[in-house]
Design a protein around this ligand. Structure first.
Ligand code: IPD
Ligand code: CA
Ligand code: CA
Length: 264
């Protein structure tokens, strides 16, 4: 394993342990309302501090982009961190949340780690080295039709202006597939696409830290990721479609008719 992946795994596991230790004391946590639908608990901040401590200890010259503390200056190596993806789930005792850490070098995602501390599932990927779940190789699903497919998605609950477009996409895909799930941790949803548990995924308005590790996992597991214009600007736009090559194309066909200018 690449030494930097080792560090990312250590950081993710430490953060995950910290999150799990607080899972039984949710009622006692201090919660900060960042905006109307956006919360961060003291656990989000503690987990982020621990991840940054582990990374900076090993690589003090690297830069960091972290959800809660923003940008920390450094060289061309940028660690992209979501210390707790699925905070709303966590705060309700709904056991679907994760830690997500990726490393970008000169703008390219080189490694990714997503850790589900509740199930002790560790998803890892290195560019060119494949994708793993608990050290075993994973691949995207072989599904080749929407009929019988299980998709994942996220609701644009923070941006009402996208709700009508989203619901039109949902209506179209809902009628064509076996089922759609909204588990509530985008990073874990992407990891599930990489592992073949979901046949595809789409969401509007994600942030870079929700997606970076999951994107590499899917690519290394044989899948395809694009934005809503079939391009690779998903980290910038936050709009993402993912699946194996065939599923990706089929999902895109249902989304494309509802992509208004503000979603391009
Ligand atoms: C959220 C989750 C959720 C997605 C939201 C994200 P957070 O991340 O990934 O699935 O739908 O858009 O903000 O706030 O829990 O880190
Ligand atoms: Ca997130
Ligand atoms: Ca978060």
């Amino acid at each position: 394993m690449h030494p930097m992946l080792n560090i990312a795994v250590r950081a993710a596991r430490n953060a995950g342990d910290l999150i799990q230790r607080s899972a039984d004391n949710i009622d006692r946590l201090t919660i900060n309302q960042k905006s109307k639908y956006d919360y961060a608990s003291e656990v989000d901040y503690q987990a982020e501090r621990e991840i940054i401590r582990v990374i900076r200890n090993a690589y003090p010259e690297h830069a960091i982009l972290a959800e809660e503390s923003g940008e920390h200056e450094g060289n061309d190596y940028v660690w992209v961190i979501d210390p707790l993806d699925g905070t709303t789930n966590f705060l309700h005792g709904f056991p679907q949340y994760s830690v997500s850490i990726a490393l970008k070098v000169k703008g390219k995602i080189e490694l990714g780690v997503i850790y589900d501390p509740g199930r002790d599932e560790l998803f890892t990927a290195e560019r060119g080295g494949g994708a793993m779940l608990n050290n075993r190789r994973i691949r995207v699903a072989r599904q080749a039709s929407l009929q019988g497919a299980l998709l994942g998605t996220g609701f644009p609950f923070r941006s009402e202006e996208h709700l009508d477009d989203y619901l039109a996409m949902f209506r179209s895909l809902c009628a064509a597939t076996s089922g759609i799930r909204r588990p509530g941790s985008a990073a874990l949803d992407l990891a599930y696409v990489a592992a073949g548990r979901l046949d595809g995924f789409w969401e509007i308005g994600l942030k870079e830290w929700d997606m970076a590790a999951g994107v590499l996992l899917i690519q290394e597991a044989g899948g395809v990721v694009t934005d809503f214009s079939f391009n690779s600007h998903y980290l910038q736009s936050g709009n993402i479609i993912a699946g194996n090559p065939k599923m990706h194309q089929l999902i895109y066909q249902h989304i494309e008719p509802h992509v208004t200018d503000k979603l391009k």
